[in-house]
Design a protein around this ligand. Sequence first.
Ligand SMILES: C[S@@+](CC[C@H](N)C(=O)[O-])C[C@H]1O[C@@H](n2cnc3c(N)ncnc32)[C@H](O)[C@@H]1O
Length: 374
Amino acid sequence: MKLYIPAAYGIEAAVKREIERLGFGHAPAVRGRVELEGDWETVARLNVFLRAGERVLLGVGEFPATTFDELFEGARALPWEEYLSRDSKILIDGKSVKSTLAAVKAAGGVVKKAILGRLKEKLGATAFPETGPRAVVGVSIFEDIVTLTLDTSGDGLHKRGYRVLTYDAPLRETTAAAIIEDSFYNREKPFADLFCGSGTLAVEAALYARNIAPGMERKFDFAAWKCTPHGALERARQEARDGVYTGPVAPIFAGDISPRAIQIAEEHARRAGVKNDIAFSVRDMREFASELGYGVLISNPPYGERMEKGADLFPLYRDFAKVYRSLPAWSAYLISGYEVERAFGRAQKKRILYNANIRCGLYCYFGQKPPKNP
Ligand SMILES: C[S@@+](CC[C@H](N)C(=O)[O-])C[C@H]1O[C@@H](n2cnc3c(N)ncnc32)[C@H](O)[C@@H]1O
């Protein structure tokens, strides 16, 4: 089966590395999605283990179309009866880029009609009550090539299940995980987020340190489909449970000036099963100090788009830079829409990421490397 993992802009590399680490080898990234071949065990493992990918789509077919007739015929020729039942609740998620068929809603309607026509013929179905398992069909048209997919994840993979409360301007879990994946962080190094808000970065760091797969206890749409081999999801979950690391983890600090934010972050950490790994505190970041060396500071400070609109943020960033410089040999990774370099100086690495559709920079400052063990 052909599988596609959509990844947000700037996050493809992290997804590719995760896929390699899961043992699936090199997977190319094409137009914002990482592609690989696999079976149902692969689908289950990707859904359970991926931290940075957005969802796992199964490719049902690809064909050129510039008219609704071609779209209908192309969609009808595909083996939908292998995946869908007569009671499947079929939803359409469409998009069209640089294509003749630009009316996405109409194109979605044509594809659904073609699928139902196919099911009628192959399954002898006469009525489609849509009371059964959900199946989201992706209709993606790019330069007149149609790709039809089934969304095996259902809810996006950023929905780990722990973030039930909201505080201002949260970072997407998959973005947080990708930044951690791209950083020098590992469980032997101290970690700090001094602007933790609802706790996303600290919780994702702790999940990473403990090797807790984000989808270990979550539901996925594919598990309810008739085509899924019995036990595939349970096997992946068991593999994840067996892999959880229970040994020592270097301290993880999460601070925020707002008591409400810390209350929310603690609740999220509790739900994620990592509350005991994180030292939370209500404090102004200016009061943070550490004697531990070679730590990793990953933060998403306020930047005036969604919060503190109009405020002059320079003093905050200047003081933050001072705190960072006082930390012995720490690295810092800052995601912000503010020009961080005005206060921190030139970043050693910088790239663009989007958070809630706001263009941000990820600014990386590397501390000294720890001495090698003789
Ligand atoms: C963009 S939000 C962080 C969102 C977080 N990454 C999440 O996923 O929920 C910035 C946070 O900085 C906090 N903050 C603002 N000024 C601060 C300061 N001087 N010290 C510590 N925290 C501060 C705010 O209370 C807010 O929670």
